[in-house]
Unconditional design. Structure first.
Length: 348
């Protein structure tokens, strides 16, 4: 396993821009806009945010750093300035088991994230967020979760964003255990191998591309796409609608999901609905769900499908593929999940 060439392939472009005299992050006080160019720091721009409703424009390049958006940066917008999300990349390489430089221990799963946000009203568009830590490069580390984005905070909106990682790529979570923070992902690309969309947020993924990676392992399944950890009191967890699941692995190597019941919230009742989506042959159509722990069998969870297509959606063993009725499907929509927040009605 090697680092993705897409993360290193634009290094020459970055170097050329930097050599041309990249200016530091600059603010336009009239428009409350900060610009970040190669050689600058995205985090420095975040730290310069002095009020709600600010915008940070990140120009094409690779920014190898950890970015943390605090809760008080309300209604922040982060925009990639390139024509393609591949043009602007924020990337780092910490894992759960990576030792912190100060010797205080390891980062843990959430702490490994390249991008962290607790800000309500966050909008991110048109860039790539990646964690390029690789298991093969660190055989001494057993905590192999390496998060690209750890997102909490209500009304978090991602559009045309690429999330790249392996295990635990996108951690869609909530600020506190009893919060029902809402997140909306539209036209995004998320790829990974084990539990690479996970957490307890009320999250809608619309028209997203979910891509499973090939792993050099001799066991099946190679991984799972989703691992929701929805609070029991939350009526809605993850909703994937009009998405597609593709795979770089062999046919049937992946499961759609397994339930995550964290040790710190043993009352969790994971919820996932996948509807109106195309499931490629990489999904095990006969048994598309599995357990994370025997004490919490997937059959007791809120896992449902509706009107899916593709070879991974073929139903040969009905009891292994719980379905919504048409009446039930009417309540599993982006509008129901997101309530009075309607980011899908906005136009860039």
């Amino acid at each position: 396993m090697r680092r993705r060439t897409l993360l290193t392939g634009i290094a020459g472009t970055v170097g050329a821009l930097a050599a041309g005299g990249a200016s530091p992050a600059a603010a336009d006080p009239r428009r409350r806009v900060l610009h970040v160019r190669p050689g600058d720091s995205v985090q420095a721009a975040v730290d310069a945010v002095d009020g709600p409703g600010r915008t940070i424009v990140v120009h094409p390049g690779t920014y190898r750093e950890v970015v943390n958006i605090p809760a008080d940066a309300r209604d922040l917008t982060l925009l990639g300035a390139g024509r393609d999300p591949r043009d602007t990349v924020i990337v780092h390489d910490n894992a759960n088991g990576t030792q912190k430089p100060d010797g205080s221990g390891t980062y843990g799963t959430a702490g490994s994230a390249t991008f962290t946000s607790a800000a309500p009203g966050l909008t991110v568009r048109g860039l790539t967020i990646a964690n390029d830590w690789l298991r093969a490069d660190h055989p001494e580390i057993t905590g192999t979760q390496a998060v690209a984005a750890y997102v909490t905070g209500d009304r978090s909106h991602f559009e045309r964003v690429r999330f790249l990682g392996h295990q635990d790529t996108l951690f869609a979570d909530t600020t506190v255990l009893d919060a029902f923070d809402r997140q909306y992902y539209r036209d995004c690309h998320v790829e990974g191998d084990v539990d690479f969309v996970f957490g307890r947020a009320r999250a809608v993924l619309e028209r997203c591309h979910l891509h499973t990676l090939d792993r050099d392992v001799d066991f099946k399944p190679e991984g799972m796409v989703f691992a929701p950890a929805t609070a029991r009191a939350n009526p809605y967890g993850f909703l994937a609608v009009r998405c597609r699941i593709t795979s770089g692995a062999e046919d049937g190597a992946y499961k759609i999901a397994r339930p995550w019941v964290p040790s710190y919230e043993t009352t969790a009742w994971p919820s996932l609905v996948v509807r109106d989506s195309r499931l490629g042959p990489g999904i095990d159509a006969v048994a598309p769900y599995t357990d994370m722990r025997a004490a919490h069998p997937w059959q007791t969870m809120r896992f449902r499908e509706y009107a899916n297509s593709g070879p991974g959606a073929v139903t040969s063993v009905p009891e292994n593929r719980p379905k919504l009725t048409p009446a039930e499907a009417a309540s599993h929509t982006r509008g129901t999940y997101l309530g009075d927040w309607r980011p899908y009605e906005r136009r860039a």
